[in-house]
Ligand binder design. Sequence first.
Ligand SMILES: C[S@@+](CC[C@H](N)C(=O)[O-])C[C@H]1O[C@@H](n2cnc3c(N)ncnc32)[C@H](O)[C@@H]1O
Length: 257
Amino acid sequence: MKQQLRYSTWIRTRKIVALWIVAGAFFVSALLALITPWFLLLVLPGLVFAYTGLVVTWTYARFSSRGGNYQNKIHDLILSYRQSQGETLDIGCGNGNLIIKVATSDKTATHLGLDYWGKDWEYSIEQCRINARIEGVDNIDFVKASAARTGLPDNKYRNVISCLTFHEVRDESNKASVVSEALRMLRPGGTYVFLDLFDDKKYFGNIEDVASAIAGRGCTVMVNKSIRELMKLPYPLNGKKALRYARLISGTKSASG
Ligand SMILES: C[S@@+](CC[C@H](N)C(=O)[O-])C[C@H]1O[C@@H](n2cnc3c(N)ncnc32)[C@H](O)[C@@H]1O
């Protein structure tokens, strides 16, 4: 099979296909029942699924290079807050876009992309390696582990970054503790940059819990801004189901750890 550069967007294509199949099934059934009372009962859910399919497809397009490249723009935003060169850990690296960008621009160190690459996502460690090879970077490793308990050493990385991963971690209900685990691996004096749905109470509850997790690891907060303060998001990315609750939090670990 031909090896291709593939980063994939944060929207699973399986989800888009499933939504359109269900919408199509309702419409076909409604057509078959055209002159019966069943028509309305079938066409209405068809319209709901078609509308959802449209919004999700549009979101997918906006993230991709053909529709504004917002996924790439958000990765560049995160990297603009990474303050210093040096060994960087990306937690939940997906297909490696963010950490490959780091490795391309910072040859002073070997960097690490961590993910659990579950079957519910369209990412894999193999695709990360293919992407790194095609991009011509060899100062990068990938490791399979859960962000909830990585098994990596304390205080090792000069930079720890993460994009839209903490809220996805299923094996730990307390997402603030996943943030704490990420900061455990940050070296004293090092910088962290996290972008996640921190304003969504469904995932993070009280944002003060995240602040306590950060302080509990001896870290300061230097930037704490909603994504809407940092970049203009078009519809539908500015919606609640997309990035309305996204926030970038960045800072450093005190030199004494
Ligand atoms: C929205 S994607 C973001 C991917 C990548 N950070 C990016 O910006 O392209 C969420 C990522 O979290 C990863 N993930 C989910 N649960 C995880 C866990 N328990 N440990 C590590 N990674 C996890 C998924 O595999 C997926 O790659």
